[in-house]
Write a protein that binds this ligand. Structure first.
Ligand SMILES: [Ca+2]
Length: 414
């Protein structure tokens, strides 16, 4: 008995020693301080009512990451997010909270499976449906359990999740389950396929599955990125995005088209829903820097040009044109909620008579890496109101004007 225990302890000690000898324990610290000043004028698309805002967004993060050996990894990160407006007001946002707290076990089940449990970021594909939304001051984290299966030439992620730290997205915050398969090198490109189930009967009576696929491939100096998804269940909807691009000297040029279905009688009260649900995206990457548009009820044409300036800076120009897919549905902003008129109404004409021509946006962005620990970025965006916005405002007895957006952002990171 005693010999047995001694032997067991001996083997444990050897296993521990081998384990530790395999990879030295690693403890790293990460920190970020990000400040962004924003000026927005006429988000309501009329100069007749003052809604100009000046805000400073502040976010501070401090985290620890510990890898005792190759198998285990754990991380914890705290975040403080606040917003100040120019009038001395203070919107606390989420304040101090736990942004990440997870444990990861690598190489389980014959070295095929990794398991990650706890508060974590989920980010897939081009973040059109699932992303960390880092542009947002609070950003998005899930309380999730995720298993990653490594097959030969492909990978399957399976997760069960609920929103953790989040600014709120207009998407219901119930249970979210996903299967996401990735083939990093298939037919000279990358292939992804997914099945995602949202189940939230408590709030908006929504249970639906999103089935989709993404394909991206470089072809010489050219490249393309195509994604399409359908939703079935309490929602019947579709969305697609196509982008093509190429290098031209030091310029990177791209252009594309996005679409997503709408609904003549949107919302739960309108019966069966056909407005595409945007899930948990990083829309800031896709539909203009002013965040007026979601991947919902739209047709969108865009063109981008990006060029480096010297070795540490870059400039980007981005043009977007937007139309409603269904002229009787809302015009949805990047958070997934309807855009608001002056007086707090929504940009929607239930009769469809206001048409579908929403408007056009132009963004100019300049980025500078000011050192190993400091990134600077400045941007300007203008949105020209189209005939849809004009007619909605006319219905309110208001003239229309364009909207403007200016920001300056400094990010210190370690
Ligand atoms: Ca205004």
């Amino acid at each position: 008995m005693r010999t047995g225990m001694a032997r067991t302890l001996g083997w444990l000690a050897i296993a521990l020693w081998v384990n530790l000898a395999g990879a030295a324990p690693e403890l790293t610290v990460n920190a970020q301080i990000r400040e962004r000043a924003e000026i927005r004028d006429d988000r309501d698309f009329t100069a007749a009512a003052a809604d100009n805002s000046r805000k400073v967004y502040h976010r501070m993060r401090l985290g620890l990451n510990y890898k005792p050996n190759a198998r285990w990894e754990m991380a914890v990160q705290g975040q403080d997010s606040r917003a100040w407006d120019g009038q001395g007001g203070n919107a606390a946002q989420n304040g101090l909270e736990v942004q990440e707290a997870w444990v990861r076990a690598n190489g389980l089940v014959a070295d095929r499976v990794d398991l990650i449990a706890g508060r974590q970021a989920l980010s897939y594909g081009n973040q059109r449906l699932i992303g960390a939304f880092e542009w947002n001051n609070v950003a998005r984290r899930f309380d999730a359990i995720k298993a990653v299966y490594h097959g030969p030439g492909w990978q399957l992620d399976a997760f069960g999740a609920a929103l953790g730290s989040s600014p709120g997205t207009g998407t219901s915050s119930g249970a979210f389950y996903g299967l996401y398969a990735t083939w990093p090198k298939l037919w000279n490109g990358r292939m992804e396929g997914y099945a995602l189930w949202n189940n939230d009967h408590a709030s908006a009576a929504k249970s639906y599955v999103t089935l989709g696929a993404r394909r991206t491939q470089p072809v010489g100096k050219w490249r393309y990125d195509i994604e399409a998804a359908v939703q079935v269940g309490d929602v019947t909807a579709y969305a697609a995005a196509m982008e093509g691009g190429r290098k031209l000297g030091s310029f990177d040029l791209s252009a594309g088209f996005c679409t997503a279905s709408g609904d003549s009688t949107p919302g739960v009260a309108g019966g069966h829903q056909t407005t595409f649900q945007n899930l948990y995206p990083t829309n800031h990457l896709h539909y203009g820097y002013m965040d007026f548009q979601a991947w919902r009820n739209l047709h969108n044409v865009f063109a981008k040009a990006k060029a480096p300036i010297g070795r540490i800076a870059s400039a980007e120009v981005w043009y977007n044109a937007f139309w409603l897919n269904n002229s009787k549905d809302f015009w949805y902003n990047a958070s997934g909620a309807p855009n608001r008129t002056s007086g707090g109404g929504t940009f929607r004409d239930p009769t469809g008579a206001a048409g579908s021509e929403v408007g056009q946006e132009l963004d100019l962005i300049a980025s500078l890496r000011a050192g190993p620990y400091l990134d600077l970025q400045a941007g300007y965006g203008h949105f020209w109101a189209g005939s849809f916005i004009g007619r909605i405002n006319r219905g309110l007895g208001l003239s229309s004007s364009g909207a403007d957006f200016v920001y300056f952002q400094a990010t210190g990171h370690y």
